[in-house]
Design a protein around this ligand. Structure first.
Ligand code: PEP
Length: 256
């Protein structure tokens, strides 16, 4: 059986509670005809908007995600949120290691790994982001960078657990820039990521693990990207902030 497509919207620091509620209300109408057996649809609002979005999507095909999680259960970690708190808030998925967290908030492969372990322990479904900077790609270091992120970020996991983790490959130069990786570049890189997973966790795990592409994905390019053998969906920023465009992107991804 093939891997199920997963499309997740990362709202970043956008949408108040009222705005978030309006967005998912509109989204639910737009995705009414989609088959949940074919696609996992996830929205990841800011922490304060989770409570507003939760009742609107409860029991529907749209699932709730968060944008970060801390590795400790509780304590003096001002500004952080624990996995248990996310579970209580009805969260199912959590984004870990987004490039904006790596770039602006000192996230490292080691902290990604700690957050990942905590999320898994609590039964959250992690979406772990990896990706190279523009100068790293231009310097021919993409594979070296990704290998390090994979080895560090996924250290200590067993193959069965790793198979349930979603990897989001997001070339940093394509995020929010309007500059998408070509389907060929994205596929070539994601095939490399899958091969690395195979080397570390075995071929069976690599065959199961879902790898999203992220970076200026929109309705106009989703079909060609998700049609690639090693692209199993998308992590979407800007194009997830408006219901009809996001739904169109999902339908394009499914039309692959
Ligand atoms: C992201 O933030 O994960 C992302 C891919 O953003 P955008 O779609 O806006 O490039």
């Amino acid at each position: 059986m093939g891997r199920k497509v997963i499309i997740a919207g990362n709202w970043k620091m956008n949408k108040t509670g009222a705005e978030g509620r309006a967005l998912v209300e509109a989204l639910l109408k737009e995705v009414a005809s989609f088959d949940p057996a074919e696609v996992d649809i996830v929205v990841c609002p800011p922490f304060t908007t989770l409570a507003e979005v939760r009742p609107v999507i409860a029991g529907t095909k749209v699932k709730l995600g968060a944008q970060n999680v801390h590795w400790e259960d509780h304590g003096a970690f001002t500004g952080e949120i624990s996995a248990a708190m996310l579970k209580e808030a009805g969260v199912e998925y959590v984004i870990i290691g987004h490039s904006e967290r790596r770039q602006y908030f000192g996230e490292t492969d080691e902290t990604v790994n700690r957050r990942l372990q905590a999320a898994l322990k609590a039964g959250l479904k992690p979406i772990v982001c990896i990706g190279e900077l523009l100068e790293e790609r231009e310097g021919g270091r993409t594979e070296e960078v990704l290998r390090k992120q994979i080895r560090g970020g996924f250290a200590g996991l067993d193959a069965a657990t790793m198979a349930g983790v979603v990897i989001a490959y997001e070339p940093v130069w394509a995020i929010g820039t309007g500059r998408t990786a070509t389907p060929q570049i994205a596929e070539e890189t994601q095939a490399f990521i899958r091969a690395e997973v195979a080397a570390l966790f075995g071929a069976d795990c690599a065959e199961k693990v879902r790898i999203q592409y992220g970076g200026s994905m929109k309705a106009a390019n989703a079909r060609e990207l998700v049609a690639q053998k090693d692209i199993d969906g998308g992590l979407i920023g800007g194009a997830a902030l408006e219901a009809s465009g996001f739904a169109k992107l999902i339908s394009e991804a499914l039309a692959k």
